[in-house]
Design a protein around this ligand. Structure first.
Ligand SMILES: NC(=O)c1ccc[n+]([C@@H]2O[C@H](COP(=O)([O-])OP(=O)(O)OC[C@H]3O[C@@H](n4cnc5c(N)ncnc54)[C@H](O)[C@@H]3O)[C@@H](O)[C@H]2O)c1
Length: 202
């Protein structure tokens, strides 16, 4: 059985990703700050093995717990989907350094820590695939997203670097760059007033 890890699996793109991987027969480790209740139900209905590790993916101790859970249950990993992320919409001149750094921790440091930990297992196996969920915000400049855009540009840079380092050793690293997706993140963004259906359509 192939094994996949999906971060930010409680809702949105992460939940859908987990469900697609379950339908393809992958055993799953789900990671999130919050219990992945609905995802767990869906994945179990698909009949695959599933584990959950809750906590902040930007913390090394949480990453370590995930590695131990995967090593003890399955002893291998085939896919890591670095999906967990946070949005932050505010004019650059109002953004505090601490808030900027927090976005980098979740959107950039966490994917690095997870790629480093599970990439080591993949390199031992000489096979594996890491998928980083970046954004079109990692490809172009979009106003009022200084921290978010910087984190996603950085994530694309990290992806290219790992692909260059590990691609020849059996471990692929790719990024996907979604445009607008109607998830709970978008609902929260629109509730905050930083984005509206009108600005999305513009
Ligand atoms: N929704 C969009 O339009 C859109 C567009 C482009 C890229 N993306 C990216 O796709 C990914 C998923 O977005 P979404 O819309 O599904 O978001 P979402 O807010 O609906 O879900 C994100 C999930 O990540 C979890 N999470 C957040 N911080 C975490 C942390 N520190 N540790 C563990 N879990 C954490 C949340 O609890 C939540 O379950 C993000 O990286 C986002 O930047 C989203």
């Amino acid at each position: 059985m192939k094994i996949a890890i999906v971060t930010g699996a409680a809702q949105g793109i992460g939940r859908q990703t987990a469900e697609v991987l379950a339908a393809a027969g992958y055993g799953l480790l789900l990671m999130d700050l919050h219990a992945c209740v609905a995802t767990m139900d869906a994945v179990k209905r698909a009949g695959v093995e599933v584990e959950e590790v809750l906590g902040d993916v930007s913390e090394q101790a949480v990453v370590q717990r995930a590695v131990e859970a995967v090593r003890s249950r399955w002893g291998r990993v085939d896919v890591l989907v670095n999906n967990a992320g946070i949005s932050f919409i505010a004019p650059a001149e109002t953004v505090e350094g601490k808030a900027f750094l927090r976005v980098l921790e979740v959107n950039l440091l966490a994917p690095f820590l997870l790629a480093k930990a599970f990439g080591a297992m993949m390199l031992e196996q000489k096979s594996g695939s890491i998928v980083n969920v970046a954004s079109i915000a990692g490809l172009v400049g979009i106003a009022d997203r200084s921290a978010y855009n910087a984190s996603k540009h950085g994530l694309i840079g990290l992806t290219r670097t790992l692909a260059a380092e590990w691609g020849g050793r059996g471990v692929r690293c790719n990024a996907v760059c979604p445009g607008w997706v109607k998830t709970e993140m978008d609902v929260a963004d629109q509730a905050g007033g930083g984005i509206t259906m009108r600005t999305l359509k513009a």
